[in-house]
Every structure is written in structure tokens, then in C-alpha cells.
Design a protein around this ligand. Structure first.
Ligand SMILES: [Zn+2]
Length: 183
């Protein structure tokens, strides 16, 4: 099985990766999420028909939107890594770790889509003042809401319908994260 959004091959060895980043769980005979990018069942196919974006066909604006998306997801991924190290509850810690993997994967996906070769070197943000699990979860919710609104706004501004579809799929992934960090 393949994920149309990120192109990853899903098999019996990896179907349960990042399990804690999802509300429902994949099982070997019922795979409902891509364990890498989080895309839902409708994006998982048995064929090779993955969504291919040709970065040469993207205009300046779409490339700028993708460049920003690389950074947005990287900031969020770094946040989750830090939040995982700060969280006191072990379950919350594991959820943050799984979310860090997914968001960093999204960042690399955008990098690939835009044909960008360099990973940006972002400033480290200090999250020390979020010194309780509930404060970290609240900030996580805000970051996910921001990501959803980013994808929903800019999916209409990119000049490529395949990229539109990818943004739509990722908006759904981040919407589920909002629910996940609220629980
Ligand atoms: Zn995927």
C-alpha cells in the first residue's frame, strides 16, 4: 500500500509508526492513516498513483508558500521535540514525540515538493514559560490551529491542483491533531 500524499510505502513493518499521533489506530489488516504524514484512508492506494508535483511548474508565489510551510512545520516539529522533553506525564510525552515526527516529516515533504535542497536553520524558540503539561497542550492546540488555517488559506493560492490536494490532506491531519491535544 502507498500513500498518495507523501509517496511512502506502508507495510507490516511500519504501519504502527507514530501510533500515538492518531485518534484511531492502524491495525495490520485495517490501515486508516499513513503512519508517516498522517493522511487519511482515502489517500492510501494499492497502485502507484501518487500525487506528483512538478516543482518546475510552480510559480514564485507557490514556492514562497511552500518555503513558509517548510518553516512552519519545522518550528512545530521542534516545538514538539522540546515539549516532549518538558512534559511530565509519560503519555503526553509520547504523544508529543509522535507529533514531532509527523510535523518534521511534513516539513521534509514540503521541501521535496518545492525542490528545495537546503533545510533551513531556524532559531531555537524558548518554551520555558510553558512549564506545565496543560500549558504545553494549550500551545500545541494553537500551533495546530495555525497550521490548519495556513493550509486552508493558501491551498487556494497555489497554482497547482495537486498541491491544492496535498494541502487539503494535510489540513485534515492537523485538524485531528487539534482534537488529540485537547484530550
Ligand atoms: Zn503519507
Amino acid at each position: 500500500m502507498k500513500c498518495k500524499v507523501c509517496g511512502m510505502e506502508i507495510n507490516e513493518k511500519n504501519y504502527n509508526f507514530n501510533e500515538l499521533a492518531f485518534i484511531n489506530k492502524n491495525s495490520e489488516d485495517n490501515i486508516i492513516y499513513c503512519p508517516f504524514c498522517g493522511a487519511g484512508k482515502k489517500y492510501l492506494v494499492e497502485s502507484d498513483e501518487i500525487i506528483k508535483v512538478d516543482s518546475n511548474l510552480l510559480n514564485e508565489n507557490a514556492l514562497k508558500i511552500l518555503d513558509h510551510a517548510v518553516k512552519l512545520e519545522l518550528f512545530n516539529g521542534d516545538f514538539y521535540t522540546t515539549a516532549a522533553s518538558m512534559a511530565k506525564n509519560s503519555e503526553v510525552k509520547k504523544v508529543f514525540e509522535a507529533l514531532a515526527n509527523i510535523e518534521k516529516f511534513h516539513s521534509r515533504l514540503h521541501q521535496k515538493l518545492g525542490g528545495f535542497t537546503k533545510t533551513p536553520n531556524l532559531n531555537k524558540v524558548n518554551y520555558d514559560k510553558y512549564n506545565s503539561d496543560s500549558a504545553l497542550l494549550e500551545l500545541a492546540k494553537q500551533k495546530e490551529e495555525h497550521a490548519v488555517s495556513y493550509y486552508e488559506k493558501y491551498k487556494n493560492e497555489v497554482n497547482d491542483h495537486k498541491l491544492f490536494e496535498i494541502f487539503k490532506a494535510l489540513a485534515d491531519v492537523e485538524k485531528e491533531h487539534i482534537i488529540l491535544v485537547k484530550e
